[in-house]
Design a protein around this ligand. Structure first.
Ligand code: GLU
Length: 494
């Protein structure tokens, strides 16, 4: 049997280093066994999935150097590889489950489900579908359907007993069926939920091994049940501990940059990033043989070594590996080529030159004017962010609004960025001129520079987010209460 693994990201945000970690583990396992590695886009959440996020995921995994044998861009014999293009397949499998009685139609209204959950919570019970529609006979279902009542398809779950999920790293994990919800498989619009699509696709795409984030452990019993109902062999599941901040909290963009593209923007080499992630999955090599390319990582890969404690994403270690890579693995010409590809492509240089030319008297003015475009963290102090007409609270609120607003921006272009900042000043009821200063300082390190929106476009979403986050931290990280209050105000006017 050919080993086939996959990474199945949902295109709902910036590509996360955790996705690169999961992809790398799946890649290494497949290649270690002469197998194939597949990329599948899980865009069942139509409201949150965006084409931009999908493009960024493909771009960033490609940049990492992880080549997939099949995927939405390269095709393959098991396509399409984008779930939104496979709806008819899922409907067919949902129909099979309905026919065998392993799933049932549920006509409950959102109001009834809400009331049910409130009552369950009040009684100190687990919130879980109570099974009302499971009791309907065929005639009742037909009557409701004929009357045009909207319905979803739910998974039938045993009333009692336990489910054992065999995890490749943790061994057997036991779940009470009574704690497993009767999951919606097909929504009323006929589109699948993640659970149905994931199982059907892993089967049809002949996936043999799945390494995925541990946040999916609790979904595994539902998946096992689906494999059983369909009469399919489940792939071997291994749940990977989530990456952690040094303080052991879950790696999140509120505390640390988590975007793969952030690391690209800052001039990390993809080889060093993979090397770093590979060591997290294989800490036995820590201190023994540190500098490893992808072929080495594949050769040394051993799933038994994957640590069960959350691996710490230690940027200091990544810096060290990256420095070694730049010094030891590239000759002079390759180094120059990296510099060019990172920040000095002819296209980028043309854009920068057009913005800088009206603002210099001598070419030697370019250094101080443009240094911020080629820098990581800027050396700024809280007082530089002050000095305008705004109070600290207003500046902090403006910075936080910008973080939220820019996250929502689909297209990273000057026009949208400009509208965002003008909108922020309006919401806060202040002049744009007054908020511009702290934004200039936060983003360019100085109160004047090339036009702000162009600077933001050139720096890219990840670097800008990080600079805003750092500036906000300098004036005081908002408390949970502040954030909640600001969020209400922000939502109120959006
Ligand atoms: N779409 C899921 C994610 O983004 C994939 C989970 C899985 O690998 O089963 O994490």
């Amino acid at each position: 049997m050919k080993v086939r693994t996959r990474v199945a990201p949902s295109p709902t945000g910036d590509p996360h280093v955790g996705t690169a970690y999961v992809a790398l583990v799946n890649y290494c396992f497949a290649k270690r066994h002469g197998g194939e590695f597949i990329l599948r886009i899980e865009d069942t959440d139509r409201a949150r999935s965006t084409a931009e996020s999908e493009a960024a995921i493909l771009d960033s995994l490609r940049w990492c150097g992880l080549h997939w044998d099949e995927g939405p861009d390269v095709g393959g014999p098991h396509g399409p590889y984008r779930q939104s293009e496979r709806s008819a397949i899922y409907r067919e499998y949902a129909a099979r489950l309905l026919a065998s009685g392993d799933a049932f139609r549920c006509f409950c209204t959102p109001e009834r489900l809400d009331a049910m959950r409130v009552a369950q919570r009040a009684a100190g019970q687990l919130t879980r579908y109570d099974g009302l529609c499971r009791t309907y006979d065929a005639a009742e279902v037909a009557r409701r359907e004929a009357a045009g009542e909207p319905s979803v398809v739910r998974l039938r779950v045993p009333d009692d007993g336990t489910c054992i999920v065999e995890d490749g790293r943790r061994g057997p994990i036991e779940f009470e069926w009574s704690s497993v919800d009767m999951q919606v498989l097909l929504k009323s619009d006929g589109l699948p939920t993640y659970h149905l699509a994931n199982v059907v696709d892993d089967h049809l795409m002949e996936i043999t091994h799945v390494f995925r984030g541990e946040e999916w452990v609790s979904s595994a019993p539902k998946h096992m049940l689906l494999y059983r109902y369909f009469g399919w062999t489940a792939p071997k599941l291994t749940h990977l501990p989530l990456l952690r901040n040094p303080d052991k909290s879950k790696l999140s963009k509120r505390k640390n940059p988590t975007g793969i593209l952030f690391y690209r923007s800052l001039g990390y080499a993809p080889e060093a990033l993979l090397n770093f992630l590979g060591l997290l999955a294989n800490p036995a090599h820590e201190g023994v043989e540190e500098l490893m390319d992808l072929a080495h990582l594949v050769e040394r890969f051993d799933p038994a070594q994957i640590p069960l404690g959350g691996p710490v994403f230690d940027v200091g270690k990544l810096d060290w590996l990256n420095g070694r890579f730049l010094r030891e693995r590239l000759d002079d010409a390759q180094f120059v080529e990296r510099v060019r590809a990172w920040g000095a492509s002819p296209e980028r240089m043309r854009k920068i030159a057009a913005l800088a030319r009206p603002r210099v008297e001598r070419l030697s003015d370019l250094g101080p004017l443009l240094a911020f475009l080629f820098a990581g963290r800027l050396a700024i102090a809280a007082d530089q962010l002050r000095g305008g007409k705004l109070e600290d609270r207003q500046v902090r609120q403006a910075l936080q609004y910008a973080l939220w607003e820019l996250d929502r921006l689909d297209e990273w272009r000057v026009s949208g960025i400009e509208a965002t900042f003008v909108g922020i000043a309006q919401r806060l009821g202040v002049k744009f001129r007054d908020v511009a200063r702290p934004f200039y300082v936060a983003i360019t390190g100085s109160p004047t520079s090339i036009p702000l929106y162009d600077a933001i476009e050139l720096l890219g979403r990840d670097v800008v987010r990080e600079r805003l986050r750092v500036a906000l931290g300098l004036l005081g990280v908002p408390s949970k209460r502040e954030l909640d209050a600001w969020f209400e105000e922000w939502k109120g006017v959006s």
